[in-house]
Write a protein that binds this ligand. Sequence first.
Ligand code: PMP
Length: 361
Amino acid sequence: MTQITPKRGIMDIALYVSGESRLAGRDTVLKLSSNENPLGCSDAARAAYAAAADDLHRYPNTDHAPLRRAIGEVHGLDPDRIICGVGSDEVLQFVVHAFAGAGDEVITTEHGFSMYPILARMVGAAPVTVPEAERRIDIDAILAAVTDRTRVVFIANPANPTGTMLTQDEVQRLVDGLPQSVLLVHDGAYTEFAAGADGGAGLVDRHSNVIMTRTFSKIHGLGGLRIGWGYASRQIIDVLNRIRQPFNLSNAQMAAAEAAIRDTAFRDHCADLNARMRERLRNSLIQMGIGCDESFANFVLARFADAPEAEAADAALRADGILVRRVSSYGLPAALRITVGDEEGVTRVIDSLGRFKADRR
Ligand code: PMP
């Protein structure tokens, strides 16, 4: 019997672990483990998705033109320099697929998003992980790690799971220090939660070796539909389109995304609620003696004394029907990442952790 074996390196790829959604013995849980929007999605997006059911026999439009036009109008960007994918994960995959391969290096950071090393390995490239400084991306550490094999550098800004953010000047220093042959991916999955941030669009306009990626999964509350996009030079977008499956997005996905991005009132309402609830959650954690850096995203990183305390806090939250994210695999064993919920969700987290802390005194 022949034995089918995968290509070299495939078995080195870690399986992605997503935020849990179920808790044994409970029908309903408060799910704060995947940075989802507590308000769901825009009504207009849901209606557009339902209306698309009339055309299920039709192949989708391959160039995503109406959706790209809508993104371009709302963000003031050239639609010809936008590419859409199945979540921003797919856009990130296009990047490694097109620009890295065996023998190449892809730089990621100590607490960076776990998909980056997975994507590097998928194309046979070596992920190079550089240290962070106090849970912030360290520009000098990245620049020191660049070799003549480096092809891609991934940063998320705001970062997941730390919630920290680099200033525009810091990102500019990174781009200025990178060789032109290295592509910087400025992942803006959480941009809309950071007041005034442009996600890296300005940087893309000034530098041909930068791509910005964005998602409909977070602020637009469409994680279940899987839609993301990227913005880069025409040349880079042309390269990425060559390796994109022609029908990667369904008409229903595109219709919902277009309605979602045009519903700027809902978007702003979500950003405003998040900012208020994030502040409330952070202040309460700090008052309880739990460490919490300023977050620029839709989650906070709660830091406990040590890993056993984080584990016990996680167990206490679970006992109260609340699911958050353990982040040991991100090099943060003493921390929990907690998605910012709505008023009631945040209250439940504060009450649960308050009881947990009181019981330990
Ligand atoms: N980048 C970052 C930093 C993320 O946290 C996530 C979602 N966990 C993604 C990209 C991918 O999101 P999606 O594929 O849903 O667009």
